[in-house]
Design a protein around this ligand. Structure first.
Ligand code: KG4
Ligand code: ZN
Length: 368
């Protein structure tokens, strides 16, 4: 489909096309698409890194009743949202399709159907606009997002991605050279927040619900396990912690618990779970900084929005005398602006072919 056919002229900004103007390099515009999980997002990003628009359409309402993302429903949601979201991104940036000089899209890792929707739209636009296509690794983009409002390069650094699908530590030598040094052997941290919320009857997504419930809870009321806390290794495991919450929530109440109201119990369990998860995350991040010898830690991904995690990381950075850079709140959860990393790849000549495919699992593509 040609862009003219998919975007009727009055739905795009009334701004005049500037395609016949020779733009200075730093003014060139990229349209980035992100659809790896349950957010459909498009952003217009200038070559100097300035984000002109970043539209995110979440699918929370579609997945709410299931307590987690249902892949087939997510793909269908992206199909419905992708064009309106792209249209809004262009309108908010005050540009039209002809102004776009580079297309960028997340192709790994993520849900296969969801990724394919974004990639298909990006390929169609790259082909019809005759502009290069750059493919982006979602996890790399989460790390890159940390430095997007920092003002200067954040590399080299220890990188930490804490999201719904990943809990990974990286040696980030440069903006495009990341080596994984640790990860989870079962659930990701965000997945544990989501599953624990479901156990406690709290709404999806679980992270914000647990955070809100924990605010009026006692984090010391329940002794939750801290898996692999003292292992000295950089790996994580959250399934045991999740099961501990399940047993505590459904188990026979002891004399102490009988005094609690059901609401207090939920708040205390949420606070106790959150405290345990955050303690493990902070400890492993500190270990990674020490092992790598960098004086800087960058933390991104949805769980990086967690208030307690941000506070505890700040304390750890003060104590350990390393610089802490956490992604701004609006860039923690999935969004297309973080695909600004594509400008770095573009400058290195890393242009994808139009037969590029998605890579749902976390596999390093050979180009890096
Ligand atoms: O990065 P993201 O948007 O998607 C993935 O790449 O997975 O992360 C989503 C995850 C969800 O599991 C959600 O519950 C969690 O981030 N999350 C939080 C908070 N906000 C979002 N977890 C803890 N505290 C939060 N405030
Ligand atoms: Zn993500």
């Amino acid at each position: 489909m040609l862009p003219d056919m998919i975007f009727n002229s009055d739905s795009v900004s009334a701004t005049e096309s500037k395609s016949d103007t020779v733009l200075p390099h730093t003014n060139r515009l990229m349209l980035a698409i992100e659809s790896s999980c349950d957010e459909t997002s498009a952003a217009v990003i200038r070559e100097d890194g300035c984000v002109l628009s970043n539209i995110v359409a979440s699918q929370y309402d579609l997945h709410q009743e299931f307590g987690g993302v249902v892949p087939e429903i997510a793909s269908r949601g992206h199909v419905r949202q992708i064009l309106p979201v792209i249209r809004s991104a262009l309108r908010e940036a005050g540009c039209v399709l002809d102004d776009i000089k580079v297309m960028a899209v997340t192709t790994e890792p993520g849900l296969v159907g969801s990724l394919l929707v974004g990639l298909t739209a990006a390929k169609a636009l790259a082909l019809s606009l005759n502009v290069p296509l750059v493919t982006v690794n979602h996890i790399d983009a989460h790390i890159f997002a940390c430095g997007m409002r920092h003002g200067s390069s954040v590399f080299p650094c220890a990188g930490f991605v804490v999201s719904g699908g990943h809990t990974n530590l990286y040696d980030c030598a440069s903006a495009t050279s990341f080596r994984m040094i640790g990860g989870t052997s079962d659930d990701a941290a965000g997945e544990a927040f989501d599953k624990v919320a479901r156990i406690l009857g709290l709404p999806y997504p679980g992270g914000p619900s647990i955070q809100a419930a924990a605010q009026s809870g006692d984090p010391r009321k329940w002794q939750m396990p801290r898996p692999l806390l003292h292992s000295g290794r950089l790996d994580f495991s959250f399934s045991g912690l999740k099961t501990a919450v399940l047993y505590a929530a459904r188990g026979v109440p002891g004399p102490d618990q009988l005094k609690e109201t059901p609401a207090d119990r939920v708040h205390d369990l949420a606070a106790s779970f959150q405290a345990a998860a955050v303690e493990v995350l902070v400890k492993k991040a500190q270990t990674a900084v020490k092992q790598l010898g960098y004086r800087r830690l960058c933390v991104g991904g949805g769980v990086a929005a967690n208030r307690l995690l941000r506070e505890e990381l700040a304390k750890a950075s003060k104590k350990g005398r390393f610089e802490l850079i956490i992604a701004p709140l609006d860039l923690c959860t999935d969004n297309a602006a973080m695909a600004a990393i594509a400008w770095e790849l573009f400058r290195q000549g890393k242009i994808a072919n139009l037969d590029a495919d998605v890579l749902p699992g976390l596999i390093r593509s050979p180009r890096r």
